[in-house]
Design a protein around this ligand. Structure first.
Ligand SMILES: [Zn+2]
Ligand SMILES: [Zn+2]
Length: 498
């Protein structure tokens, strides 16, 4: 791996204007790289072969990867890039078409049938949200409807359009827009979490009545696999390569900036404070002057996404949503999430009682799964994000690599807490036999669903690169800081592993 373009490697910038340093401390806005002068126009360099780690904000040269290779960040070990071994368009397209067909089966076929003393009740994917809505839980009904019925076909359609566009010689201008929508919506398509919800609901029901699984369950299981396969065979970098970098971009105030493309291996790299990467397509651009942190700098010359150095008000927004999640977490655990009435007997069940019930029914693996998803994950998310906010506020440089790992884990596991909400939506839809057996949703479920959604937004609003910024790792580094970090990571500095 060639040298990284970290701040310690600032070196002489032979492309910068001779008066760059004196102009640097003037207030700048947008890609305003210097005052407009009569002699020269505004300039921006798109740097080929340079990549910013989304997890820690470290700029490093990324060599051309061979199929099957994965490149990790040399500082925080987050993934920088990956080349797939499969054909970049046709394989994900095949999985995507399969997903579209499976979704149609899942939505129109019955999902489960419950037979209780000859009284039969069948449900589809839509019945859960409808029953929740009838009981007055409109917001939760909308959440379940979005995550299982509305968002999956939208993301499948978006990906189909993106892949059709990417099959052309040059990537059309509408593809990047759809790609951004896809990346934004993909975490909210929760078919795989819903499948686990079905599994837990099924095991809770088999001792109550005779349950038959319908074609929709098998279609959903297959859909879960094909959607995961689409993502794991999709090579986003290969798609972006088909899009050429524009020769001009416009600033927020309408002025034109000339963009030139340079090779990272052929030129000395500017200091990190002048580099900015597009969070959508990953293109790294260098301005001639230090860039402001919070404002929109302009549009990416390759994908037209709004470019800024860091997410706006990352810390305060995350803290506000964490405070909200902590308040909601109390009723989510104290109040029952559902009421189960069997032969006119029964009562409210809290989340913990649901876990205990599974344990007492000798279903230990399932009890552990629900305990992990409903108790451990929310606590880990709230606790982990609180630690990150606290350390960022204090400007701490302690355990940065561990914190970066924890943040990636929190983002990955966040959605799995929805298992309980999905399970309740299925039970409420299925078990409607009046005095014989009836399951209804309770306020605890609303609070719990709100905790899950708010913590997903909290993690989304936090910019993990700020942890490294405040520790002085992305600006001007002191030699002591450099040594401390590199000592920790030196063991795995060979960043590109086969
Ligand atoms: Zn990193
Ligand atoms: Zn871009």
């Amino acid at each position: 791996m060639p040298d990284a373009a970290g701040p310690s490697r600032s070196g002489p910038d032979r492309h910068a204007h001779p008066h760059a340093e004196t102009r640097a401390h003037r207030p700048v806005r947008g890609f305003r790289i210097g005052k407009k002068t009569h002699s020269r126009s505004l300039q921006l360099q798109a740097i080929d072969g340079l990549s910013e780690c989304a997890s820690c904000g470290y700029f490093q040269r990324l060599p051309e990867l061979e199929p099957g290779q994965v490149a990790d960040c040399r500082r925080c070990h987050g993934q920088l890039g990956r080349r797939r071994t499969n054909p970049p368009i046709s394989t994900p397209l095949a999985f995507c078409i399969a997903s579209a067909v499976l979704y149609l089966v899942a939505i129109f076929q019955p999902m489960m049938t419950l037979d209780l003393f000859g009284r039969i009740h069948a449900v589809t994917l839509l019945t859960g949200p409808i029953e929740l809505w009838r009981e007055g839980w409109t917001l939760v009904a909308m959440l379940v409807l979005a995550a299982t019925v509305l968002v999956p076909p939208i993301v499948i359609g978006l990906m189909l359009a993106v892949l059709m566009g990417a099959a052309r010689e040059r990537l059309p201008g509408w593809v990047p827009k759809l790609m951004r929508r896809y990346e934004y919506l993909r975490p909210w398509s929760m078919v795989e979490v819903y499948m686990l919800g079905i599994f837990v609901a099924y095991t809770k029901l088999i001792d109550l009545a005779h349950v038959t699984l319908g074609p929709a369950v098998y279609a959903l299981a297959a859909l879960m696999l094909t959607m995961a396969a689409t993502d794991s065979t999709l090579d986003v970098d290969q798609i972006w390569r088909k899009r050429r970098v524009s020769r001009f971009v416009r600033l927020p105030d309408g002025r034109r900036v000339v963009v030139s493309t340079v090779d990272s291996t052929q030129h000395a790299l500017p200091p990190a404070g002048r580099l900015v990467s597009c969070t959508s397509c990953g293109l790294v651009c260098a301005s001639e002057f230090d860039l402001p942190r919070d404002t929109v700098l302009g549009h990416c010359p390759r994908c037209q996404a709004a470019v800024r150095l860091r997410k706006p008000q990352s810390l305060s927004r995350c803290v506000a949503m964490l405070a909200c999640a902590i308040v909601l977490y109390i009723p989510a655990n104290l109040y029952p999430v559902m009421t189960i009435v069997k032969l006119s007997r029964g009562g409210g069940h809290t989340i913990l009682a649901g876990v205990r019930e599974l344990y007492e029914a000798h279903m230990l693996p399932l009890a552990l799964l629900v305990f992990f998803a409903s108790i451990t994950v929310p606590v880990l998310k709230i606790g982990g994000l609180s630690i990150m906010c606290w350390c960022t506020w204090r400007g701490s440089a302690a355990r940065l690599v561990d914190r970066a790992r924890l943040f990636r884990l929190i983002v990955f596991i966040g959605r799995w807490s929805m298992i309980d909400v999905f399970m309740i939506s299925i039970l409420v839809a299925l078990v409607r036999f009046g005095g014989l057996a009836q399951i209804t949703a309770e306020p605890g479920m609303f609070a719990f669903a709100a905790v899950v959604v708010v913590t997903i937004f909290a993690a989304d609003s936090f910019d993990p690169r700020t942890m490294w910024d405040v520790a002085g790792m992305n600006g001007v580094m002191t030699p002591r800081d450099v040594r401390r970090i590199t000592d920790k990571t030196n063991l795995e500095t060979e960043s590109v592993a086969a």
